[in-house]
Ligand binder design. Structure first.
Ligand code: NAD
Length: 492
């Protein structure tokens, strides 16, 4: 281990564990700034055993006790907000504007939200649904949850998994993305300091090997995954032989549909935020803009103007809008898509300058590509947006739905009836009208089609982390039930 750098260990049970070591690269400089433990299958085994043990006592707490403990943890996280925001910006290259005002407070709010709603579980009233029986429903914890998260919103994605999982009475073993583990590790450390039980939240670092060990461990009853559709398919495959519960929050390629009757200035501003926020590394980013013929030229010229005003730079500068991409490999992938588009004869508008060192990429507009081009069909996951024309509402619906994804979409129009028709017709887990990207703890997030299965956030997420059980009481003692084959005598 290089002593120059801070080293981040895993959190397993109540211990800090450093099995191996790997470098963490600062995306703003391309240089090593810290090291992190590198977990193995044996660490997963140990973490799952710790979680299994912790879950027993945790699952026995009353809802009120569990809620109070999570609220206390949320307060502790909030008191570390500045530290967490700085770490997230350093590790993932995210502008502090975003981590201070978005990622960290939103994560704290997630914990408070799930701590609140776990006290009010949804279910049918106990009653007589079968003659002679009283039925009730229980929502049982799943047990040990395995979670795997991506690098684009490291702390948010971890909070979206941990908060509902523990609020529902489960314990968790979470693997963050290999290059952005720091805030997830700090969260687990803060949880211990705030008094949450040892083993309730375990963090094992590493890549596919650790992820696969989580997905196949016999004592992991559910796998909650966020990442690419390609890896999601592998996770589903690994989890299926043991019929583990699976939720998959996967890729997206959100359409952004602008009708001629929209407030064009609001739409252009919304497109700039929606397309470039977090350097476009957002599963709901406005990746495909479709504009009605009549206003296409006007909209494009305003989009270019506004895109040139986006400040790309050091994540720690107050006026920076977007920082670098999160890794060199990802920068090369984004570059590759833009280069391919250029070679296909698609017009590329590059907006603005970027710093020379680090993994920066400028806001980029790909003009009028064919609908079947890779840049329209596949996730680029950078500050790169395509723009195309449409003529009718029916054509807009067809284009919007024409990718394998279905995570999010937005529609821009001042016609309420049209907005309602579009909201119904678009196949996506979220449709925003006259905005793009707003998200809250109370509202479900999750995909249609190959964008995934299940929901994060909202009470639907809490349900994902519980199993419904029907309990039926015979309230008569009468053994002569009409459907019995034989009768062994009367109860009296
Ligand atoms: P990725 O699929 O490459 O990796 C995600 C996680 O899976 C990482 O922790 C990775 O180490 C792990 N992993 C890799 N191979 C594995 C395997 N064989 N078994 C188990 N785990 C494995 O995704 P990424 O590049 O880190 O993240 C970007 C992707 O995440 C994009 O596609 C984006 O759309 C998606 N995403 C989706 C949502 C959502 O809510 N739908 C949110 C954020 C990001």
């Amino acid at each position: 281990m290089d002593e120059k750098f801070i080293h981040y260990p895993m959190v397993i049970g109540g211990d800090r564990v450093s099995t191996g070591s790997q470098d963490l690269i600062d995306p703003a400089t391309g240089k090593v700034f810290a090291t992190v433990a590198l977990g193995t299958k044996a660490d997963v085994d140990r973490a799952v055993a710790a979680a299994k043990q912790a879950q027993v006592g945790w699952g026995e707490l009353t809802y009120g006790e569990r809620s109070a403990a999570i609220m206390k943890f949320a307060d502790a996280l909030e008191s570390h907000a500045e530290e967490l925001a700085m770490l997230e910006s350093k590790n993932a290259g995210k502008a502090t504007k975003l981590t201070i005002n978005g990622d960290i407070p939103f994560s704290v709010d997630n914990f408070r939200y799930f701590a609140s709603i776990c006290r009010r579980q949804e279910g049918a009233a106990a009653g007589e649904y079968i003659g002679g029986y009283t039925s009730m429903l229980r929502r049982e914890p799943v047990g040990v949850v395995g979670a795997i998260t991506p690098w684009n919103y490291p702390m948010n994605m971890a909070a979206w998994k941990i908060a509902p999982a523990i609020a529902a009475g489960n314990a968790i073993v979470l693997k963050p993305a290999p290059n952005t583990p720091i805030t997830t590790i700090r969260m687990a450390e803060i949880a211990l300091e705030a008094g949450l039980p040892e083993g309730l939240i375990n963090i094992v670092t590493g890549g596919a090997e650790v992820g696969e060990a989580i997905c196949t461990h016999p004592d992991v009853n559910m796998v909650s995954f966020t990442g690419s559709t390609r890896t999601g398919k592998r996770v589903a495959e690994l989890a299926s032989p043991m019929i583990k519960r699976v939720t998959l929050e996967l890729g997206g390629k959100a359409p952004f549909v602008v009708f001629a009757d929209a407030d064009l200035e609001a739409a252009a501003q919304g497109a700039v935020v929606g397309a470039y926020v977090n350097s476009g590394q957002d599963c709901t980013a406005a990746a495909r803009i479709y504009v009605q013929n009549e206003v296409y030229d006007q909209f494009l010229s305003r989009l270019v103007e506004l895109s040139k005003q986006v400040k790309v730079g050091n994540p720690f500068d107050e006026d920076t809008d977007i920082g670098p991409l999160s890794s060199l490999a990802h920068l090369n992938k984004v570059r590759g898509y833009v280069e391919e588009a250029r070679q296909q004869g698609i017009e590329v508008i590059t907006c603005g300058e970027v710093p020379s060192e680090g993994f920066y990429f400028p806001p980029t507009i790909l003009v009028n590509p064919p609908q079947k081009a890779n840049c329209v069909q596949e996730e680029i996951f950078g500050p790169v947006v395509t723009i195309q024309k449409f003529s009718t509402e029916a054509e807009a619906i067809e284009l919007a739905n024409d990718t394998p994804y279905g995570l999010a979409a937005s529609v821009w129009t001042l016609n309420v009836q049209k907005a309602m028709r579009m909201a119904k017709a678009i196949q996506a887990g979220a449709v925003w009208i006259n905005d793009h990207i707003p998200i809250g703890s109370e509202m479900p997030h999750g995909g249609f089609k190959q964008s995934g299965i299940g929901k994060d956030l909202s009470h639907y997420a809490l349900e994902e982390y519980t199993i419904v059980k029907h309990v039926a009481f015979d309230v008569t003692g009468d053994r002569r039930k009409p459907w019995h084959f034989t009768t062994f005598g009367k109860a009296d």
